[in-house]
Design a protein. Structure first.
Length: 317
């Protein structure tokens, strides 16, 4: 009997802790530590569900009610951002352009990029977006990358040792390097189909919010992108390892200000980090699209010896 009470006490403490992080996560716009708490809604939902079952078996009615409430709160946030359906436009198939693209954080610390090369060779997308890009990666992936006639690359700098790169079969009409409020270069590309249809593609990689300073830099960059691309005058794609989940304030500002759609909608959780956390990963690698696009397919790729998994998508404009 003493052991049962002790177990109930331990699970009650876990329940209270879960309530605290669930509540404080709503204040993620005000403090770095609260931002960290908001990224694990997916995990909180499952933990609350398990605690609901446990306290039901233990006939702890009040604890059941609290656990189920936390399950509903976190579950609503997860479902709203994930399975609430994608935005679909009625495209004329005769005039539409279909293409596919992949986004990969290739991990600057990776020993080699052989598995990334094999994966790219197996899917051969129309557009490849790479973050944490280095000269080493460029050399090791040369066989596949040379097949792409249009490129836009920001190489590593002295103050940051990785870059971003875009390789495309679709012509890049113009390209520029921009600093949006932070210290990380974003590539802005004007893409043009041979028939004249154009769209803008921005690839970026804000800082990871590992401390308060990096959290502020990440937020400043995302909010500056949102302001710069408010009411874009052409179809727009924003892609990259944004180091943020859909439940954080700057992410939702980015969507609302630019009227972009999270391409994950209707396709499940699509967790891309960490590559070894099959069930408990979180979505921080994003491809956001304007409502001019249909998202025909979206999936997370295999483990390619990076801490991130690839994000593969098929679009129709």
């Amino acid at each position: 009997m003493f052991m049962v009470k002790k177990i109930i006490l331990m699970f009650t403490i876990a329940l209270l802790g879960l309530g605290v992080v669930t509540f404080l996560g709503f204040f993620n716009r005000f403090a770095w530590i609260f931002d960290l708490m908001t990224h694990w809604r997916w995990l909180y939902m499952w933990m609350a569900g398990l605690l609901t079952i446990f306290f039901t078996v233990m006939h702890q009615q009040k604890r059941v009610m609290l656990a189920f409430l936390l399950f509903l709160i976190n579950g609503f946030l997860v479902l709203h951002s994930t399975w609430s359906g994608s935005y679909v436009v009625q495209a004329d198939s005769k005039d539409s352009h279909q293409f596919d693209m992949v986004l990969i954080n290739i991990n600057k610390h990776a020993k080699d990029h052989q598995q990334i090369g094999e994966y790219l060779d197996s899917i051969r997308p129309d557009i490849i977006g790479l973050v944490e890009f280095t000269q080493k990666a460029e050399i090791e992936l040369v066989d596949i990358l040379t097949e792409y006639p249009y490129t836009s690359v920001s190489y590593p700098r002295a103050d940051y040792d990785t870059g971003v790169a875009l390789y495309s079969r679709i012509p890049i009409k113009a390209s520029s390097k921009e600093l949006y409020g932070g210290d990380r270069i974003s590539l802005v590309n004007q893409m043009s189909f041979t028939e004249g249809e154009e769209f803008s593609l921005l690839i970026t990689h804000p800082r990871s919010p590992t401390d308060a300073d990096d959290w502020q830099f990440r937020n400043k960059q995302l909010l500056a992108i949102a302001q710069a691309w408010n009411n874009p005058d052409s179809p727009l794609i924003v892609m990259g390892d944004l180091n943020i989940t859909p439940w954080a304030y700057p992410f939702n500002v980015l969507l609302s200000e630019t009227d972009l759609v999270d391409s994950r909608r209707g396709f499940g959780m699509q967790a891309s980090w960490h590559s070894h956390w099959t069930w408990w990963g979180i979505p921080i690698d994003h491809i956001l699209v304007s409502k001019d696009f249909n998202v025909n397919q979206r999936e997370i790729g295999p483990d390619v010896a990076s801490d991130h998994r690839p994000v593969y998508i098929q679009l129709e404009l």
